[in-house]
Ligand binder design. Structure first.
Ligand code: C2E
Ligand code: CA
Ligand code: CA
Ligand code: CA
Length: 277
């Protein structure tokens, strides 16, 4: 009897969830035509917190009725439906427009990091599509770092390596995002033509108190360095976390401690540089 009720309960829950996802999808498609999205930018610094080296573009959805919706609430739905491809195209195009404003403000030498969904990455025409958008905006691939997750590469490693190599040959920098949370096949890491590893926030958030996370973080840094890769720690919220990472010779830092995601206009206000005329 209990089992039956449980089953019914989940069925109802699932039905509600499906209905909710359908609504999100309809609204997403509508919002794409109406420009209801925005990119926020979170600064990326050298580990001494002295030099700005980049910015991660993080999408925000300004829903006409529901207000701001975070990506965790709609990226998965967009992925299931394939709409992520159009959304991803919008992200790169908007990043190109923002990069031009950064350059005009004297922020010349940073890379803008963009999150790439596994769905996008696995498309045969992914590189072509990226290059087309860059050409339309007259922006160089050298300005862009692509953040790829293990989920994008692990089910066809050889094909993924070919794609990564082609992307890098075209001028993109490549970072392995959320490192440590997926299958984390260390043996594959050395075969990937990537330049950077991003240690996932889940290992950093409790670094002061958790010896396991300390060990994992140190191991990722050392292993990445031995493979000639740069390492960035994401989700750094405290001075103690930053100091630990500095001691372990991590290369770059990102997190609320050094800067929150912010609108492009605020990013420019914060980091604009006097032009040497
Ligand atoms: P992510 O790639 O791991 O991005 C970092 C997330 O951590 C961001 O959440 C950022 O706001 C948050 N964060 C940064 N520093 C801190 C910190 O010190 N403490 C805490 N608690 N959080 C911090 P956000 O913006 O909500 O994005 C969530 C996820 O959504 C991203 O995780 C990424 O996987 C995905 N996402 C965001 N924008 C895009 C996009 O344009 N395309 C795709 N495909 N995915 C995106
Ligand atoms: Ca990311
Ligand atoms: Ca992460
Ligand atoms: Ca991610």
């Amino acid at each position: 009897d209990d089992g039956r009720n449980t089953t019914r309960f989940f069925t109802r829950e699932m039905k509600a969830k499906l209905q909710q996802n359908k609504e999100i999808l309809t609204d997403l498609a509508e919002s794409l035509t109406q420009d209801h999205f925005e990119l926020y930018y979170q600064p990326l610094f050298t580990i001494d917190h002295k030099t700005l080296v980049g910015a991660e573009a993080l999408i925000r959805w300004h829903h006409p009725d529901k207000g701001m919706i975070p990506p965790d609430k709609f990226i998965a739905v967009a992925e299931q439906s394939g709409l992520i491809n159009e959304l991803g195209d919008w992200v790169l195009a908007q990043a190109c427009r923002d990069i031009k404003n950064f350059v005009n403000a004297g922020i010349l030498d940073i890379k803008v990091a963009i999150n790439i969904s596994p769905v996008q990455f696995k498309r045969k025409d992914f590189l072509q599509q990226m290059l087309l958008i860059l050409a339309q905006h007259d922006v160089s691939a050298n300005c862009i770092e692509l953040e790829i997750t293990e989920g994008a590469v692990m089910d066809n490693v050889d094909q993924a390596i070919d794609m990564m190599q082609a992307l890098h040959d075209a001028g993109f920098q490549l970072a392995m995002d959320d490192f440590g949370t997926g299958y984390s096949s260390l043996s594959y890491l050395k075969r990937f033509p990537i330049q950077k590893v991003k240690i996932d926030r889940s290992f950093i958030s409790d670094l002061e108190n958790d010896d396991d996370n300390k060990s994992i973080t140190t191991a990722i840094i050392q292993m990445s360095h031995s493979l000639g890769l740069d390492v960035l720690a994401e989700g750094v919220e405290t001075k103690a976390q930053l100091q630990y990472l500095q001691g372990e010779k991590c290369d770059f830092v990102q997190g609320y401690y050094t800067g929150r995601p912010m609108p492009a206009s605020q990013f420019i206000e914060t980091f604009k540089r006097a032009k040497d005329t």
